[in-house]
Design a binder for this molecule. Structure first.
Ligand code: ATP
Length: 312
């Protein structure tokens, strides 16, 4: 549905987006992840036709952003990072206003607003002033605005930025609901959220795509080993290193910040074989150390993200 080919954007000398290739199928929920300044917003702005690329192309269905800016804008609902709302208006009036400028007839307006009120959970705030709403509620109104013309594609720039955990879950549920019918592209810093909300994650760093795939596939693609977390009492770090480092399959032993003076917390990077865990446990049993914790650290998206975007 969306084909991005060698998309590049320079701001004077600065290359913000560097030859990105991306294909997005209808109905996907895509999370664009990256550290600050990675080029996420710039990419979204080019996708929405907000500005043109320096080079490369974007085709959405049969349209190109260069030649068919109006048609592309009709296909996309865009919620920028700060939702552009009129704070002096009531939610009801605001949605009516947006529907009118989108050219909806009175009947369509009524039906569409009713549907959006349902999806975005706005029923109880329709007669409140937008300026008085919490950030999470404002964001829901922003999503309703972006969805007013029933676009096929919804683009959300950091939709959960600055929201509290409850509001994040609410917006996540709304995005999932919308994603049942639409193609959704969102950017976020919150990795667990991308993991929970998106079918597919594209990690972008310094303007380039460094990983692209379903979360599970990304997890598998970055190394096959595992990290074991161990917490011990009555153990000194150098003793632990000499005892455990020699075990076949233990690749490194790293000290974590101490929990307290008596406890030692370490992470072992291992080859991932179950026999390695057994060997570690047997080695600890031979000592006077008290084993307080022994568990695998799950390879979270956060670790993967750090691995892929760390300097050098
Ligand atoms: P963040 O998560 O902080 O919003 P981002 O991944 O969205 O970052 P962009 O906002 O696309 O990144 O910025 C990419 C690079 O382009 C950054 O170095 C930024 O400073 C620069 N940049 C962005 N917008 C402009 C602009 N209008 N003029 C000049 N440079 C810009």
């Amino acid at each position: 549905m969306i084909h991005v080919d060698k998309l590049t954007k320079y701001y004077d000398e600065l290359c913000a987006v560097d030859q990105i290739d991306l294909t997005i199928e209808k109905g996907e929920i895509i999370g664009l992840l990256g550290p600050n300044g990675a080029g996420k917003t710039t990419t979204l702005r080019m996708l929405t036709g907000y500005f043109l690329p320096t080079s490369g192309s974007i085709r959405i269905k049969d349209y190109s952003t260069e030649q068919h800016a109006t048609q592309i804008k009709q296909l996309i609902g865009y919620l920028p990072e700060s939702a552009p709302l009129y704070h002096g208006m009531l939610v009801y009036d605001y949605l009516q206003y947006v529907a009118k400028i989108r050219g909806l007839s009175e009947k369509d307006r009524r039906n569409r607003i009713r549907r959006l009120v349902d999806i975005c959970g706005l029923n109880h705030i329709m007669h409140r002033s937008i300026g008085e709403l919490s950030k999470g509620l404002k964001q829901r109104v922003g999503v309703a605005h972006a969805m007013m013309s029933d676009p096929e594609i919804l683009v959300l720039d950091e939709p959960t930025s600055g929201l509290d955990p409850n509001q994040i879950v609410e917006i996540r549920d709304i995005i999932r609901e919308i994603g049942k019918e639409k193609t959704v592209i969102l950017s976020t810093h919150i990795l667990s959220e991308a993991e929970a909300t998106c079918d597919r994650i594209v990690i972008i760093n310094k303007g380039k795509i460094v990983a692209d795939g379903p979360t599970e596939m990304l997890k598998q693609s970055v190394g096959s080993g595992e990290t074991l977390h161990i917490c011990l009492k009555n153990a000194a770090f150098d003793q632990v290193v000499s005892k455990l480092k020699g075990i076949d399959g233990v690749l490194s032993v790293e000290k974590n910040d101490s929990v307290n003076d008596n406890q030692l917390s370490v992470n072992l990077s291992c080859s991932g074989d179950e026999s390695v865990r057994e060997a570690i446990y047997s080695a600890i049993k031979q000592t006077e150390w008290v084993l307080l914790e022994f568990r695998p650290e799950s390879k979270s998206l956060e670790n993967i993200f750090r691995e892929l975007t760390k300097e050098n």
